[in-house]
Design a protein around this ligand. Sequence first.
Ligand code: NI
Length: 200
Amino acid sequence: MRVRHLMIALAAIATMVVTTMAVLELKRRDVADAVQSLPIEIGGPFTMTAHDGRTVTQADLVGRRSLIFFGFTYCPDVCLTTLNEVALWLEELGEDGAIIDPYFVSVDPARDTPERMAEYVDYFSPRITGLVGSDGDLRRMAESYKVYYARVDLDDGDYLMDHSAAIYLMDSQGKFFDAITYTATFEEAVAKLRRLVDEG
Ligand code: NI
């Protein structure tokens, strides 16, 4: 009878796990859907400096497809993972993704110089362009992309930047097309990028 009880208990646990996973999956979709159906405008005019020194503005998005995300080179985790994933998606797309320009925008202009950004993004993919700007340039761009960032001071005098992790996909007019959230799977992300190339 003990075995039977154990089996029933295991079955109950399995049901709970599956239900929890289904709920989490649903929540994830809700978040993604909510981001996509937001009535607010995402994106708009900006002027930033690329890691190679050239100026990049909203006009550079026109006629291309853009993947834009925000972070900083001293980020201990999320940015590393995101840059690594973006590089893998680009690799998977190959020539199909040649029209996509990925931009990594620094929310830490005090430390992220163009030189440092150049070295950092190149470590992941030569396709990625690092963007930096003055505090004002960054604030304006972050406001139009509805990106949150804030300095978090650490006990040792060092600091981190807390920041939104969503990746914005912009169409050939430089308008918001879709978003890839931090929880998206490899397949979901690549499918969205293919849609961006075809329909954006
Ligand atoms: Ni980060």
